[in-house]
Write a protein that binds this ligand. Structure first.
Ligand SMILES: Nc1ncnc2c1ncn2[C@@H]1O[C@H](COP(=O)(O)OP(=O)(O)OP(=O)(O)O)[C@@H](O)[C@H]1O
Length: 486
């Protein structure tokens, strides 16, 4: 097979037998195959896609040294870490941590065996980790694992407040197994992460920026990047999402794209997306509001019912994502409607890139052509770039990372409490888009002008972050950002 990168004889070891059984190990671009010598039936195939890293280590087993009277001082071990897809007792799929331990005794000295295992280790790194040339980096030198470094932000107050503990107890060991270097910043207040990203001189030296948090810290990362002078190049730095918040739409959506068993253990599938260091282009959205002329959104813009639920349930963040259910019940009991004009540019309207870059600003009227406007009372206006806006909120079932589309939902009044309940319940499976009283359209831009002169006001919520009700306009920025996804 031409695909073979390395093959050699090792001893396949288990915890209780560190001498191991002689085997042949063959590494290709897609698998590591270990076959017991003289017993072709005993074969183990590990998908490269499931591997996160490997370590080279010396024999540490005191019993073995006693048994062999200290004679085995030459062996070197190669430990491969992988997370294979398995099924639990309920037959639900999950990622199970496994290791393959191979003992090398090819040469008569420890140093020679060490050198040899190091060669295997380098080959494994090359196949496990993406060696893509990162567009945000100043140089196009060959990227090696030693030159990769992540800047990781942890929000200790995300969701139920265990993000830092989770980092120390679980995430750190994933990074160790993957041999990924990193700098860690624990955020201390609102806006801390955004300021660091905005002011960090040498940010392009990092392979990527990672948020161990909810979507709120990711919003700070994107807006910190957007505030930089080098935005046009630095926007290509990959961003990673490790979910610890009460709203984790991006992490959930990435798992959905890869068909990964997210619900069983959101952390493991999300860490896998980061440590492979493979990135994909992602649409972003430019949002102008009356008070904030330029914001970046990677997730959603909401106003009305769903925005109210998000904001009013924030004080329940300690209960994690269940806060949205409790908040929804409270809001449906006191259902409100709001007056506004909503205008949108359907994605099928065949608008050129040039026209997109010269859309009228928020304070100027929209052209009649191509734009559709609706004035009246609304229950909810909500948009998203990606499929999931929360773990159980499958808002835009057809959304892709880089489809160039803002998926816009408009729910006009009147709508009964029953209808609104049906809307929220059917969102779990993405069936809300078929409800006859829901308008769900792919657009490239939209404008919302609330009538602030009357009645109760809602919030304007961008990626889960609250603004007072104000006029806003959003437009797609196709493939402007990047995200870590294996
Ligand atoms: N140390 C901190 N203390 C309090 N707030 C912080 C801290 N660090 C960051 N923040 C802010 O917390 C907000 C919410 O963060 P995050 O998204 O991580 O958690 P979350 O529980 O999912 O919240 P939400 O669902 O509101 O986004 C962010 O907007 C960020 O500005």
């Amino acid at each position: 097979m031409s695909d073979i990168i390395r093959d050699d004889t090792f001893y396949y070891c288990e915890e209780k037998n560190l001498r191991g059984v002689e085997c042949k190990a063959t590494l290709s671009h897609s698998t590591l195959t270990i076959i017991e010598s003289g017993n072709g039936n005993k074969q183990r195939t590990i998908n490269v896609d499931d591997m996160i890293g490997c370590l080279c280590m010396r024999n540490q087993d005191p019993h073995e040294n006693q048994q062999s009277h200290g004679q085995d001082t030459i062996s070197v071990f190669l430990c491969v870490y992988y997370y294979s897809l398995s099924k639990n007792f309920k037959k639900s799929p999950y990622r199970k941590r496994e290791t393959a331990l191979l003992r090398c005794q090819k040469y008569s000295t420890f140093v020679e065996n060490c050198d040899y295992v190091a060669k295997w280790q380098s080959s494994l790194y090359l196949v496990i980790h993406s060696n893509e040339i990162y567009p945000h980096m100043p140089s196009t030198d060959l990227i090696t694992i030693d030159s990769q470094r992540l800047l990781i932000f942890v929000n200790p107050n995300s969701g139920p407040g265990i993000a830092l503990k989770t980092f120390n107890t679980r995430i750190r060991s994933f990074l160790g197994e993957a041999n990924i270097s990193y700098d860690l910043i624990v955020t201390s207040h609102v806006g801390h992460c955004q300021k660091i990203v905005q002011d960090f001189k040498d940010l392009a030296k990092y392979t990527g920026l990672v948020a161990v948090s909810g979507d709120g810290l990711l919003y700070e990362i994107y807006n910190g990047l957007f505030a930089r002078e080098d935005w046009d190049s630095i926007c290509r730095i990959p961003v990673g999402a490790i979910p610890q918040g009460s709203g984790n739409g991006l992490a959930r959506s990435l798992a959905h794209f890869k068909n990964e068993p997210y619900l069983y253990d959101p952390l493991v599938v999300s860490v896998l997306n980061v440590v492979k260091l493979k990135s994909h282009e992602m649409d972003l959205c430019l949002v102008n509001t009356t008070k904030f002329p330029k914001l970046i959104s990677f997730l959603s813009v909401g106003w009305g019912l769903m925005a109210d639920i998000d904001i009013e349930s924030e004080r329940l963040r300690m209960i994690g994502e269940a806060r949205f259910t409790v908040g929804a019940l409270a809001r449906i009991m006191r259902l409100r409607t709001y007056k506004a004009t909503v205008s949108y540019l359907p994605a099928v309207s065949g608008i050129s890139d040039e026209e997109m870059s010269s859309l009228p600003p928020l304070d100027e009227p929209l052209p009649d052509q191509k734009w559709i406007s609706v004035t009246g009372e609304f229950v909810c206006v909500y948009s998203s770039l990606i499929p999931f806006i929360g773990t159980d909120l499958f808002f835009a079932p057809k959304a892709l990372l880089d489809d160039g589309i803002i998926w816009l939902m408009i729910v006009k009044a009147p709508a009964s409490k029953l209808q609104v309940t049906q809307l929220l319940l059917s969102m779990e499976k993405g069936n809300h888009i078929q409800l006859p009283w829901v308008t769900f359209v792919p657009v490239t831009a939209f404008r919302l002008v609330p009538d602030v002169s009357v009645g109760p006001q809602s919030y304007l919520v961008i990626d889960g972050e609250k603004l007072d009700t104000q006029a806003m306009q959003a437009q797609i920025m196709p493939r402007k950002g990047r995200v870590f996804m294996r």
